[in-house]
Design a protein around this ligand. Structure first.
Ligand code: ADP
Length: 784
C-alpha cells in the first residue's frame, strides 16, 4: 500500500514539475502594464480590478459616461454581490468588463478564456478573439454555452496600448459572471499546457471506460455478481462526468451541443455517480452499512434527479451547492463504512478506505475551489479519480479472488469428504457383499439340490453384477478425485494377453464365439507398464466385446506402430463381430453413465462407466481410447501407447495361477479378518480344501499368533479395528518372519499396489474372492 501511494506521489510531483503555476500580474483600476515581464515568462493571470459596466453591453471602442463605470474584481461571481453604490448584483444579468493592457506587441501571445457563466465575447482592440454562445440583453437574445478557449493573438491585432473587452450575459443559470482567471501567456506554452490538460482528462476518461468494460465483462462471464455490475456502471458514469466537465472535452469536440441538455447530463452524471458509489459501498460491505440511512440516501438522490429533470436550470442550480454538500456527506459516510470494515478486517477494506479518503480530500478541495475559497492544482482531480477507481478495483479484485479461493477450498473439501464417504461406503457395502457371494459360492459347491442350482446361479450372477457396479462407481470417483497413481513394472506382453484371454474365457459360456489372441512377431517380449491399469482397460474392452457378441469372434490384437532404440509404440485392438454401435452414439459412449440405449441395461446389464474409466486411465498414460464400429457388423476398440521395452524375459511379472492337481491338505494358514461373516465363508472353503486354519481378529492378535506359531501363509484383511493390515504386516516383517502374506484387498484401483509392496505383502487377492483364484494364490505360495 505504501508503495502504491508513493507511486501516486511521484505522478503528482511530475505534473507539478511539468506545469508550473502562472504568476499574477498587477491589474489595478482597469489597467495593467505587462511590458516589463521577464523574457522567459510563461503566462500571467489577468486577475484584479477591471472596469465594470453593470447591465451594459459595450461595443469595442465605445466610450460611456464615466459614472456608470466602477472597478470590479475578476474573477468574480455576480450572485449576491453588493456594489459600492449599494446596487445588489444578481446571477441573471449582463455586463461588460474592460482592461487597458500595455505590452510588447512583438511577443508571440495566446489568451486563455475559461467558462464564463454563461455566454461571453472577448475582444482585443475590436477584434473578436473568443466567444461562448451569444451574449444578449434578454433571455431570448442570449444563448448560453461553456467551454474553455485558447486562442493565439495575431500580431496585427496588437498595439502598444490595448483594449481588452469582455461582454458577459447570463439568463439561464443561477450563477453569473467570470468564475475563473483569464490568462495571457507565451503562445506555445499556453497552447501546450491546455493540450496536456485535455490529454490527461482524455486518458482518465479512457481508463475509466476500459475499467468499466473490464468489470462489465467480468459480470457477464463471471458469476453475475451485482456488485461488479455496479462498479462497471460507476466507471462508465464517472467517465462521462469527467468527459463533460473539468476541461469540457465533450463541448470542445461538439461545439454545437445543446447547452441545457449537456448541463442536465453533467449534473445528472455526478448524482448518479454518488448513487452508484453508495450502492457499491453497500454491496461490498453489507454488514457494515446502516440500511435505513442508505435507503434515505437513495431516496434523496432520486429526488435530486427528479428535480434535475423537471425544474428550470436557474432554479436547480440554485440548489446545486447544497446537493454538492450531500455528495460530500455520502463520501463521508462511505469513509465511515470503510473504516468500520477495515476495523473488522474485511477483505479489501484498506484499499477502499484509502481510496475514499483520497477522493474526499480532492473533492473537498474542488468544492472549496468552486466556492472561490482556494485554488486547486488542475492535476489533482485526474490523479485523485484514477487512484480512487484503481484502489476500488483492487478491493473488488481482492473480494473476487477471495470468493474464488473459498469456493475452491470448499469444493476441494467436498471432494475429500466425497472420497472419504465413498471409501467408507465401499467397506460397508463390500462386507455384506462378501458374505452374499461367498455363501452363494459355498452353497453351489455344497451339492445343492437340482431345483436350487438355478436360483443360486441367478443369485450369484446378480450379486456379482452388483459388485461390478459398486467397483465401477468407486473406481470412477477415485479417478475423478485424481487419487490414482501409476505403478510401473516389467511385463511380458504375451503372458499378459494369455492371462486376459483365460480370465475372459468363462464369460463366453456356450456362445459360438471364438476368443483369440494375436501378437505380431516383432512386438517386444517385455514392456515397462502399469500392469494393473492396462489389464483393467483391456479386460473392460474384452468383457464388453464378449457381452455384445452372440456369434463370431472376439480378438485381442497387439501390433507395432513404431520402434526406436529404447521405446516402442504399440497398438492394442479389441475386435468383435457383435451388435456394433450406431454412428451418432460413437462419441457418447465414452461419457460416464452412458449406454447406447436404455434397453442395453435391461438386456446386458452394466453402468455405462467402463469406457469412461478406461478412457481416463489411458489419458493418465498419454493415450487415447478410440472406436470404429458398424451396426450389425462389429466394433474395434483401440489405443496406441508408448512403452520402454526389452527383448528379454527377465523380471517378467505376469504369471498365471495354475490350480492343476495341487493339494492344500495340511497347510497351515492364518486368516486375519474382523468380519465374522467373511470368516465363516472363508473358513468353509479353506477347511474344505483341507487347510489347517487359524484365525485372528485384528493385526495385533495376528502378530502374537505369528510369533508363537509357524504358518505356511497368512491371509490378511486391510481395514481392521485396533491394528490394520498394513501395520500388522510391517510389524511381522520387522520380526524377521518371512511367511508369505496375501492381502485381501477391495479393488485394483482402490488399494495401491506400491503401498502393499512397501508394507511387506507378498501378493493380494480381491474380496469377495473367487474360490479358484484364492485356491490358485494359496497353492502358488505354499507349494513352492
Ligand atoms: P457398460 O458396458 O457398463 O454399459 P461401458 O462404458 O463399458 O459401460 O459401455 C458403454 C456402452 O457402449 C455400452 O452400454 C454399449 O451400449 C456400448 N458398447 C461398449 N462396447 C461395445 C461393443 N464392443 N459392442 C457394442 N456396443 C458396445
Amino acid at each position: 500500500m505504501n508503495n502504491l501511494l508513493s507511486k501516486g506521489g511521484i505522478i503528482a510531483l511530475l505534473f507539478l514539475f511539468v506545469l508550473s503555476f502562472q504568476a499574477e500580474s498587477q491589474v489595478e483600476r482597469g489597467f495593467v502594464d505587462l511590458r516589463d515581464l521577464p523574457a522567459d515568462f510563461d503566462a500571467v493571470t489577468l486577475d484584479g480590478e477591471w472596469e465594470f459596466y453593470w447591465q451594459e453591453l459595450l461595443l469595442p471602442g465605445e466610450t460611456v459616461q464615466i459614472d456608470s463605470m466602477i472597478y470590479q474584481e475578476v474573477p468574480l461571481m455576480w450572485n449576491d454581490e453588493v456594489l459600492p453604490d449599494g446596487t445588489k448584483l444578481k446571477g441573471q444579468a449582463y455586463a461588460t468588463y474592460k482592461l487597458t493592457v500595455l505590452l510588447d506587441k512583438e511577443l508571440d501571445l495566446a489568451i486563455y478564456t475559461p467558462a464564463v457563466y454563461n455566454a461571453y465575447s472577448f475582444y482585443i482592440n475590436g477584434h473578436l478573439i473568443a466567444k461562448n454562445g451569444e451574449v444578449g440583453t434578454s433571455e431570448e437574445s442570449s444563448v448560453p454555452f461553456w467551454t474553455q478557449i485558447v486562442e493565439p493573438i495575431e500580431h496585427a491585432y496588437l498595439k502598444d496600448t490595448n483594449e481588452f473587452l469582455l461582454q458577459v450575459s447570463n439568463f439561464r443559470h443561477h450563477n453569473g459572471g467570470p468564475v475563473d482567471s483569464i490568462i495571457i501567456g507565451e503562445r506555445d506554452y499556453i497552447i501546450n499546457k491546455t493540450e496536456i490538460i485535455r490529454i490527461i482528462d482524455a486518458i482518465v476518461c479512457g481508463a475509466l471506460l476500459m475499467a468499466g468494460f473490464f468489470f462489465l465483462g467480468l459480470f457477464f462471464y463471471g458469476k453475475n455478481q451485482r456488485v461488479v455490475l455496479f462498479f462497471a456502471l460507476y466507471c462508465f458514469v464517472f467517465s462521462y462526468y469527467n468527459f463533460a466537465s473539468g476541461s469540457y472535452l465533450l463541448q470542445h469536440l461538439f461545439p454545437h451541443l445543446n447547452w441545457e441538455v449537456s448541463v442536465r447530463f453533467e449534473y445528472g452524471a455526478l448524482y448518479v455517480s454518488a448513487l452508484l458509489f453508495s450502492i457499491f459501498t453497500e454491496s461490498i460491505y453489507p454488514k457494515d452499512t446502516p440500511r435505513k440511512l442508505f435507503r434515505g440516501i437513495y431516496l434523496t438522490i432520486t429526488l435530486q434527479l427528479i428535480f434535475l429533470i423537471v425544474t428550470p436550470i436557474w432554479f436547480f442550480t440554485m440548489l446545486h451547492k447544497y446537493w454538492m454538500m450531500l455528495v460530500l456527506i455520502v463520501i463521508c459516510i462511505g469513509i465511515f463504512i470503510y473504516l468500520k470494515a477495515a476495523h473488522k478486517k474485511r477483505v479489501g477494506s484498506t484499499y477502499s478506505l484509502i481510496g475514499a479518503i483520497f477522493i474526499m480530500f480532492v473533492l473537498a478541495w474542488r468544492i472549496l475551489d468552486v466556492l472561490g475559497i482556494v485554488q486547486m492544482p488542475f492535476f489533482l482531480m485526474p490523479v485523485g479519480i484514477v487512484i480512487f477507481f484503481f484502489l476500488h478495483s483492487l478491493t473488488l479484485s481482492q473480494q473476487f479472488a477471495d470468493k474464488w479461493r473459498r469456493a475452491k477450498d470448499s469444493a476441494e473439501q467436498a471432494l475429500k469428504i466425497k472420497s472419504e464417504f465413498l471409501s467408507a461406503m465401499s467397506h460397508e457395502i463390500r462386507t455384506p457383499m462378501n458374505a452374499v457371494i461367498g455363501l452363494t459360492n459355498y452353497l453351489l459347491e455344497d451339492a445343492p439340490k437340482k431345483n436350487q442350482v438355478k436360483n443360486l446361479n441367478t443369485l450369484k450372477f446378480s450379486a456379482e453384477n452388483l459388485l461390478v457396479i459398486i467397483n465401477d462407481i468407486l473406481d470412477f470417483s477415485k479417478l475423478e478425485a485424481n487419487k490414482v497413481d501409476l505403478d510401473y513394472q516389467w511385463v511380458q506382453v504375451r503372458s499378459l494377453g494369455e492371462q486376459l484371454m483365460n480370465t475372459a474365457k468363462p464369460l463366453v459360456g456356450d456362445k459360438p464365439v471364438e476368443l483369440a489372441l494375436a501378437i505380431k512377431g516383432d512386438v517386444p517380449i517385455s514392456i515397462w507398464c502399469d500392469i494393473t491399469r492396462t489389464s483393467q482397460v483391456l479386460t473392460n474392452l474384452i468383457n464388453n466385446a464378449i457381452k455384445f457378441t452372440s456369434k463370431g469372434f472376439v480378438r485381442l490384437r497387439v501390433s507395432i506402430i513404431k520402434k526406436n532404440e529404447n521405446t516402442v509404440r504399440l497398438l492394442f485392438e479389441v475386435l468383435d463381430t457383435g451388435i456394433g454401435i450406431p454412428k451418432n452414439k460413437l462419441k457418447e459412449i465414452f461419457e460416464s453413465f452412458t449406454q447406447v440405449s436404455s434397453s442395453t441395461t435391461r438386456e446386458y446389464g452394466g453402468t455405462g462407466l467402463g469406457l469412461a474409466i478406461s478412457s481416463k486411465l489411458l489419458k493418465m498414460q498419454n493415450s487415447e481410447l478410440k472406436v470404429e464400429s458398424e451396426e450389425g457388423v462389429g466394433s474395434i476398440f483401440y489405443f496406441e501407447q508408448e512403452f520402454s521395452y526389452k527383448d528379454a524375459k527377465e523380471s517378467v511379472v505376469v504369471e498365471q495361477e495354475t490350480n492343476g492337481n495341487v493339494s492344500l491338505t495340511g497347510c497351515r494358514v492364518l486368516l486375519v479378518e474382523d468380519n465374522q461373516v467373511n470368516v465363516m465363508v472363508a473358513k468353509r472353503f479353506l477347511t474344505k480344501w483341507g487347510i489347517d486354519l487359524d484365525y485372528a481378529e485384528n493385526g495385533e492378535e495376528a502378530i502374537i499368533k505369528v510369533s508363537e506359531n509357524k504358518f505356511d501363509l497368512i491371509l490378511m484383511d486391510l481395514q481392521m479395528p485396533v491394528m490394520d493390515g498394513y501395520e500388522a504386516t510391517k510389524a511381522i516383517r520387522t520380526l524377521g518372519i518371512k511367511t508369505p502374506i496375501v492381502a485381501l484387498t477391495a479393488s485394483a484401483l482402490l488399494d495401491k499396489n506400491d503401498k502393499l509392496v512397501a508394507s511387506g505383502f507378498t501378493d493380494s487377492v480381491t474380496k469377495p474372492f473367487q474360490p479358484d483364484i484364492l485356491f490358485g494364490k494359496i497353492s502358488k505360495y505354499v507349494t513352492k
